[in-house]
Design a protein around this ligand. Structure first.
Ligand code: FES
Ligand code: FES
Length: 163
């Protein structure tokens, strides 16, 4: 980025998917915009941008948040995990495996947000009930799956992770 175009930009430093990152942002820019446009992490989806659909969900300091409703500046010093941070050493996360195996992915637009809501839940509730899973993804709208397979997949992933 050229010096002139950096006028008025703020530097934000944070951990993203375990790596230290820095981005220069406009005041008022959202975490969603920073992740996608400054850090190139396009896995986090942009849906409604008003906190209604959950497509933009990421995990910030252990909590699932709608990144369209968080200012990028608020992420200074935070630990953020996006869908790109799920797979390790070329292996999909058990949540991703279960979503694929049980057919919880159709168009896939809601999937990154669903995965991140599920991840935040399993971190605090490794053995959730179906009701707890349903509550955890209540803010993630899906137009394709009817949620049944999504809940099944999260339950299956929890089982695998506890084995
Ligand atoms: S894009 Fe953030 S909740 Fe819809
Ligand atoms: S799989 Fe299409 S919106 Fe959920």
């Amino acid at each position: 980025m050229e010096q002139a175009s950096e006028k008025g930009l703020l530097a934000v430093r944070l951990m993203v998917n375990g790596a230290s990152r820095e981005a220069r942002i406009r005041p008022g820019e959202t975490l969603l915009e920073m992740l996608r446009n400054r850090l190139g992490l396009k896995g986090t989806k942009c849906g409604c941008e008003i906190g209604e659909c959950g497509a933009c969900t990421v995990v910030m300091d252990g909590v699932a948040v709608n990144s369209c409703m968080v200012l990028a500046a608020q992420a200074e010093g935070a630990r953020v995990t996006t869908v790109e941070g799920l797979a390790r050493d070329g292996r999909l996360h058990p949540l991703q495996e279960a979503f694929l195996e049980l057919g919880a992915v159709q168009c896939g637009f809601c999937t990154p947000g669903m995965l991140m809501s599920a991840l935040a839940l399993l971190e605090i509730r490794p053995r959730p009930t179906r009701d707890e899973v349903a509550r955890a993804i209540a803010g993630n709208l899906c137009r394709c799956t009817g949620y049944q397979m999504v809940v099944d997949s999260i339950m299956k992933a929890a089982e695998v992770m506890n084995a």
